[in-house]
Design a protein around this ligand. Structure first.
Ligand code: GLC
Length: 498
């Protein structure tokens, strides 16, 4: 009996132990899963679509524009050097200091900041720029109102380190508030307006506190330890952006650079941290975006590389994604080799720029092409030459670019596809490595998604082309008279209506 009781109780105990073990394992598994889920959420590179209908609407119309002008301009153009980065005490290729002051960091910084007192770009004429940009088919502009060095190219009330300060010779020029002049000139020619603004500010005593030497691109004190100082910096940033959103007419895009200024990632561990994660550099984006959108309804906010609801489109830099992305995006790329003005920079050819534009648009993106104005206030003559070349091309081929979407197969061999959003039309751009295009007597176009084709033409010619379908391939016959016409430059673009 006792034995029996014992037996029963032992097996009961065993059962309880097994149950406990099971529960423990289950709990562990749940913790693991939720940890992974939390990590997946935080780590996720997933695009967050804006929920505000006005932002959605503006973003959709921006996506139709496809081709924009970027400009990096500041006092650094006088030395013909990289924008801002030479005062950043990091040992990188693009931060190298050159010239007479380069041996001593502090002497260099002083001379760099002193560039304010000689900046006098008297040839500044944004009407000339917008005429050239518009002819080339650009439809929006993004201008550096303030880069990382903190020098303001607008009439801010928050600092004297600005183009309109009496310290700057150009301040006496009636067009000295260059950001305003640029925005007005481009807006009056129907451009969308983008304000580039650097969140980090290497001139502000509340970002690089003079008490400590700066060590890298980041804030040089711990904002958690000195919250009042950081609050001053946040207010400074907010106030400057508020000025831009209030006194500069309609602004469509707030393009925020310096992605390391962001809330610390919650999963960051001290020993695995990037320098940018060392401190919590939370600038309060919800407050900035709410203010921006109260002033500028539908404002597109591009808080670059800070994945989440304030990165309304993503911004691959100097590269073209090799496939379409599932969200709005823009490649920013230099026309020369540098973002800033560098004398005798090496500019891309018209053919290269056209190829980039076609590739980007066929993958659903936009091209924001950068030009750096010189210290005299004008562009290198080569830039006007390139824009004139693009202008010729866009007049013939632009209808396949604007308001288009991507369509499979996106590209095959050297043919890139786009589809008109609102009509049954596909464009097939055959890229040519030479400026003048020579076509073969027959061209094969992959078109398995389309049946009942009505008409095939070549942009730049009105002639209907003969075609036949063969196994999902459209074979187009090119008459000898069209194989080498002068309107075919850089691409031969087939228009397929169905
Ligand atoms: C790079 C440069 C920066 C520039 C930006 C433009 O990040 O370092 O100076 O403003 O590209 O996209």
């Amino acid at each position: 009996m006792v034995v029996k009781i014992n037996k029963v109780s032992t097996s009961k105990q065993n059962c309880i132990i097994i149950m406990k073990k099971f529960l423990f394992i289950l709990m562990l598994a749940l913790v693991q899963v939720s940890h992974l889920a939390a990590q997946a959420h935080v780590m996720s590179k997933t695009y967050v679509a804006p929920s505000d209908p006005q932002v959605q609407k503006k973003l959709a119309s921006w996506q139709d524009l496809k081709f924009g002008l970027f400009m990096h301009w500041g006092t650094y153009s006088q030395w013909g050097i990289v924008e801002s980065w030479s005062i950043c005490p990091e040992d990188e290729g693009w931060t190298q200091r050159k010239g007479p002051y380069s041996a001593d960091y502090n002497a260099y910084l002083k001379a760099y900041e002193n560039l304010q007192t000689t900046f006098n770009p008297t040839k500044f004429n944004p009407d000339k720029w917008v005429t050239a940009a518009k002819q080339a088919g650009m439809k929006y502009v993004v201008f550096t109102t303030k880069h990382h060095d903190g020098f303001c190219m607008f009439d801010t009330k928050q600092t004297d380190y600005k183009i309109t300060s009496t310290k700057t010779p150009f301040s006496t020029n009636p067009r000295s508030n260059v950001a305003k002049e640029i925005f007005n000139a481009f807006r009056s020619r129907d451009f969308m307006i983008g304000a580039y603004f650097s969140k980090p500010d290497w001139h502000s005593e509340n970002y690089w506190w003079p008490y400590f030497p700066p060590k890298d691109r980041n804030v040089n004190y711990d904002p958690a330890k000195y919250p009042e100082r950081w609050k001053k910096f946040k207010d400074y940033t907010y106030n400057q952006i508020q000025e831009l959103m209030t006194d500069y007419g309609r602004v469509d895009i707030l393009w925020l650079d310096g992605g390391w200024v962001r809330p610390q990632k919650s999963e960051s561990k001290p020993d695995e941290m990037l320098p940018s994660d060392k401190y919590n550099q939370d600038i309060d984006m919800p407050k900035i975006a709410a203010m921006g959108r109260a002033k500028q309804p539908g404002l597109i906010v591009v808080d670059r590389t800070v994945t989440g609801e304030y990165e309304n489109y993503t911004t691959p830099e100097q590269e073209v994604p090799n496939k379409p992305l599932d969200h709005p995006w823009e490649t920013c790329m230099t026309m020369g080799n540098s973002w800033s003005y560098v004398p005798n920079d090496h500019y891309k050819s018209v053919n290269q720029i056209v190829q980039l534009l076609v590739k980007i648009v066929s993958r659903g993106g936009s091209l924001l092409m950068n030009v750096g104005p010189g210290p005299d206030g004008d562009w290198d003559p080569v830039v006007y030459d390139r824009l004139a070349g693009i202008s010729k091309w866009i007049q013939v081929n632009g209808e396949g670019i604007y308001g288009s979407t991507s369509i499979a197969p996106y590209s095959a061999d050297n043919i890139y596809y786009t589809k008109a959003k609102h009509s049954n039309t596909i464009y097939a751009f055959q890229l040519s490595a030479t400026d003048n295009v020579t076509l073969n007597p027959s061209v094969k176009i992959l078109l398995d998604s389309v049946s009942r084709i009505k008409k095939v033409t070549l942009l730049g010619s009105k002639q209907h082309l003969k075609w036949k379908m063969n196994d999902g391939q459209l074979i187009v016959a090119i008459p000898a008279s069209l194989q080498n016409i002068s309107t075919l430059q850089h691409t031969a673009t087939f228009k397929i209506e169905y």
